[in-house]
Write a protein that binds this ligand. Structure first.
Ligand code: NAD
Length: 477
């Protein structure tokens, strides 16, 4: 699809949204069986069309390794749906909450309730996972859902739109807004909750638009996630794991290790080791089908500029081929690159890389690393490698990030019982598993008063009665 999709009248988007709001306000919350049936339809849609998703996403990227689409997208979602269907009854049930002594006998319950209409705005890098993973939580919580995929994956967006339209009523779950110029109008709709996954820059714009409606937002943003190699680390093992996490999806992963901090004396050896692992895993041949392309010419050129800027400021590049090599460029495969001796003055250390380049910086002592991380935006992920528990705990206690994996990369994201989300400029809020269900629910506190308790009868005239109630409350406080 070379031409941008034609813009529909924005009033159509508005009409659809208002029809969904009306539906959400005019019927009782969907029962367990309805929610399970919706999730089952989503599961079948993914399972039956897995090969089409693999093919279509690959066509949008130029090339996307099939295993990366199945592992990080389709299988990830199927696992999430299975987990959700199995536990949904428990999540939907009113939750018992303790009642303070002065209100006994009485009951407190926290009742999960659908918020209404949830909007989902997704990026291009894992287009299926990042549209449907929030949708699973939102549907499970009983909401109606409107999804807006990225314009950079138009073939995928068209396929998802068609498949969802065939399986769901348009006011139940719908894909829209992929047409050119609709993104801003979508962000301005007064959703009951809006999930935005994308860059920190656009996240600011979306949060501002949502703020005008007082729409609560979950912002899943980006940033520079450090990998710290402690002196106690197994250098080769750390290098292999970082090389893989950096090259998965050709580095176009929000939680990819962005750069590495290595003890000064081992910096060059580590850099060479990472590069060897990169070549070993993804080869030095651009035709390798395990290695994914860069999403567009513009993104490729940006990565090329980052490498050139670093080289011009004194870094040495470990690269099997230069990115202007026609064999690589034609396929938009960016040669795996290690940037040795990166400094904070280089552009590559100032913006999220989002590509297969790993800057390696040397450090002398741990506090230098902690000071550096704390002087910059809060990262979405942090990776620490080593065996020294005291050193590990110091880094854990003194830095804050969206999540952490110790002695590997990415794997905290795959923990279905843990929340996924950033902090500060890397994001707000979280989802996955029950965290998603709770994010997309109003957890409504309800107090059931007992006729046997007279403590709350505080009506005037206060007289002597209030004195002993006051005395009791004072004693309890
Ligand atoms: P992006 O911010 O350019 O786009 C994200 C979405 O915003 C797209 O749907 C796009 O159409 C829409 N958009 C663009 N401009 C807009 C505007 N002015 N108003 C309203 N909407 C607008 O991000 P991207 O390039 O698609 O994705 C890459 C970024 O996403 C990286 O920074 C990456 O770290 C981040 N990301 C974060 C996570 C996470 O879970 N935290 C996951 C994947 C990607």
């Amino acid at each position: 699809m070379d031409q941008p999709l034609k813009s529909p009248p924005l009033s159509a988007l508005d009409d659809l949204f208002h029809a969904m709001v009306a539906r959400s306000r005019s019927a009782p919350p969907p029962e367990l069986a309805v929610r399970r049936a919706r999730l089952t339809r989503l599961r079948d849609l993914i399972a039956v069309n897995e090969a089409r998703f693999v093919e279509t996403i690959s066509a949008d990227f130029g090339h996307r390794a099939a295993a990366e689409t199945t592992i990080a997208e389709t299988l990830f979602l199927l696992t999430e749906i299975k987990h959700t269907i199995k536990r949904l009854a428990g999540w939907m049930a009113p939750r018992r909450i303790a009642t303070a002594l002065q209100f006994w006998p009485a009951n407190n319950r926290l009742i999960p309730q659908p918020l209404g209409v949830v909007g989902i705005m997704a990026p291009w890098n894992y287009p299926l996972q990042l549209t449907l993973a929030p949708a699973i939580g939102a549907v499970a919580a009983g909401n109606l859902v409107m999804i807006k995929p990225s314009e950079l994956t138009p073939r995928f967006a068209t396929l998802l739109k068609e498949l969802i339209a065939a399986a769901f009523e348009p006011t139940e779950l719908v894909v829209t807004g992929i047409e050119d110029g609709v993104a801003q109008a979508f962000a301005q709709l007064p959703f009951d909750h809006l999930v935005f996954t994308g860059s920190t820059r656009v996240g600011r714009i979306v949060a501002e638009a949502a703020g005008k409606n007082l729409t609560p937002v979950t912002l899943e943003l980006g940033g520079k996630s450090p990998a710290i190699i402690d002196v106690s680390a197994d250098l080769d093992e750390a290098a292999q794991r970082i090389a893989y996490a950096k090259l998965l999806n050709a580095g176009q992963t929000c939680i990819a290790p962005d750069y590495a901090f290595v003890p000064e004396a081992e910096r060059d050896a580590f850099a060479a080791c990472v590069h060897n692992h990169m070549l070993g895993m993804f080869g030095s041949n651009p035709a390798n089908t395990d290695y994914t392309s860069i999403i567009s010419e513009r993104h490729y050129a940006r990565l090329e500029d980052l490498a050139q800027d670093a080289a011009s400021k004194g870094a040495s590049l470990l690269q099997r081929a230069t990115p202007d090599n026609p064999a690589w460029r034609r396929l938009r495969k960016f040669p795996p690159t290690v940037v040795v001796g990166a400094t904070p003055q280089m552009a590559i250390m100032q913006e999220e890389i989002f590509g297969p380049l790993l800057p390696v910086m040397g450090y002398r002592d741990r506090s230098e690393v902690i000071t550096y991380i704390n002087a910059h935006d809060r990262p979405l992920a942090l990776y620490w490698f080593g065996t020294d528990a005291a050193a590990r705990n110091e880094v854990l206690a003194r830095t804050i990030s969206g999540g952490v994996t110790i002695n590997d990369c990415l794997l905290h994201f795959a923990q279905i019982n843990q929340p996924m989300g950033g902090v500060g400029t890397s994001g707000t809020g979280a989802y996955h598993g029950q965290w998603g269900f709770d994010t997309f629910s109003k957890l409504k506190p309800v107090f059931y008063r007992s006729p046997l308790n007279r403590m709350a009868d505080l009506y005037p005239p206060y007289g002597a009665k209030i004195k002993w109630i006051e005395k009791l409350l004072r004693w309890m406080s």
